[in-house]
Design a protein around this ligand. Structure first.
Ligand code: SF4
Ligand code: SF4
Length: 436
């Protein structure tokens, strides 16, 4: 197991978007000319879903202005000129915090899930949660945290305690042998952590009946459950299938990432706010690897730490080639939900012309949630978004299986994703009308 190094070189500029979660943007607490110290709160939020922004660097504020963010939009950001910290900040740990205080610490630390929800919100979303699932099916990310596995496990237990959740399930990929071995060697309160495979209908509850541990690790298939696949994860691991339009919390489940468990440990046991993530850099760079990167560090500095681009860059995709977002500049920063960067060289970028559909139905056979991808895509292309909704476009998990098999090279995922965005906008507009 090789340790993942931390990117320590100071970038020329640090860009901290004041919105790094699914909620209302934070208001800046600093202005141009201010000096900031490591861990200082830079943004204050209001609303029901909060994720405060803290500074991962010491430095001087050179601007508070809109800058491109990884999601594709311009977001009001605090821009810093970082400097080496001359004094270590005094983080105040609360090692013996009572359960009633844990949630406040997690909220104050600004921890955000890989699917953009603030972590404190998913621990007590409203409906009672009986099981917290830790999604460790991103092998490169999981492996980056293996040197801190004891902290990840302790952080996960603290999350259960904070949310009053009775059981925890860690889900691993079947082909991630390194992580499976590490979890098999791990201990929990002095006992080995139970690790078992999911076989047929033996879901987590089957194994809980067999053990006195309220925390187990399960080895699932060779699938990475991306943010759009949470319902599938709930069904595969817990056997709790979700009707269309429902969320895991509706069947008493919540899902968190490995990085959050480590961040919760850091917040409670070391007093640190959420300042960095492990990020995997793959594709057309000279030295692909995983690095711990502080938020606000521009992607170009991360690429440079990987030996620079290999060949002429064609496309930069944040958070994976299947469900990620292509960005038009490497000046965008690493933010709280950034877990990976994929670089495609110019010659690798698919530029196939889409042809008319030949009605072969291969996309229908490939779709794991039984949609009609070709038909939804045609309707999306014609602007018939309500019809897309009637054909359950919102249930698309953006896995890309349909596009991968389409002989006509149709841009199925992009079209379906666009229809989902339009449907969400239409729903928001309807809800706003109801409130008025
Ligand atoms: S991306 Fe395609 S295959 Fe995957 S769920 Fe959506 S429509 Fe189905
Ligand atoms: S796979 Fe492509 S060509 Fe075949 S039905 Fe689907 S969209 Fe049409």
């Amino acid at each position: 197991m090789s340790d993942v190094i931390k990117l320590n070189k100071l970038p020329e500029r640090v860009i901290l978007p004041l919105k790094q979660h699914d909620g209302i943007a934070c208001a800046p607490l600093v202005k141009k000319g201010d000096e900031v110290h490591l861990g200082q709160k830079l943004g204050d939020c209001k609303g029901s879903e909060l994720a405060y922004i803290h500074s991962p660097y010491c430095g001087n504020v050179v601007a508070v202005e809109a800058r491109p963010a990884p999601g594709g939009k311009s977001v009001l950001s605090v821009v810093l000129e970082p400097v080496e910290c001359t004094e270590a900040p005094e983080f105040v740990p609360e090692k013996e915090a009572p359960p009633s205080r844990l949630m406040e610490i997690i909220e104050a630390a600004g921890i955000v899930e890989y699917y953009e929800k603030p972590t404190y919100k998913i621990l007590k979303p409203g409906p009672l949660i009986d099981t917290l699932i830790l999604n460790a099916t991103f092998p490169l990310i999981t492996r980056a945290y293996l040197p801190f596995l004891d902290k990840v496990l302790e952080g996960f237990q603290l999350m259960l305690e904070a949310g009053g959740i009775s059981k925890g399930v860690i889900v691993l990929r079947a082909d991630d042998k390194e992580s499976i071995q590490a979890f098999k060697k791990a201990s929990l309160n002095g006992k080995p952590l139970p690790v078992a495979p999911i076989i047929g209908k033996r879901h987590a509850d089957y194994y809980f009946e067999d053990t006195d541990s309220d925390l187990i690790a399960l080895v699932a298939g060779k699938k990475t459950y991306t943010p759009t696949m949470m319902n599938l994860l709930s069904a595969d691991v817990m056997g709790r299938s979700l009707p269309l339009g429902y969320k895991p919390e509706d069947v008493h489940l919540s899902i968190c990432g490995v990085k959050s468990a480590k961040a919760v440990y850091d917040a409670i046991k070391e007093g640190k706010p959420y300042l960095e993530n492990a990020v995997t850099i793959t594709g057309a760079v000279n030295n692909p690897k995983s690095l711990f990167v502080r938020f606000g560090t521009p992607v170009k500095d991360v690429i440079e730490a990987c030996g620079g681009y290999r060949g002429e860059p064609g496309k930069l995709i944040i958070n994976g080639s299947m469900g990620g977002v292509a960005v038009y500049t490497d000046e965008v920063p690493i933010v709280k939900n950034t877990t990976g960067i994929v670089v495609q060289a110019k010659e690798e970028v698919l530029r196939d012309e889409a042809m008319p559909c030949i009605h072969c139905a291969r996309c229908v056979d490939a779709c794991p949630v039984n949609l009609l991808p070709g038909r939804i895509a045609v309707m999306a292309d014609c602007g018939m978004y309500e019809k897309c909704g009637e054909y359950y476009a919102l249930s698309c998990i953006e896995c890309g299986e349909c596009a991968a098999v389409c002989p006509a090279k149709r841009h199925l995922v992009q079209l379906i994703r666009y229809s989902k965005l339009q449907l969400q906008k239409m729903n928001e507009a309807k809800n706003a009308e109801v409130i008025e």
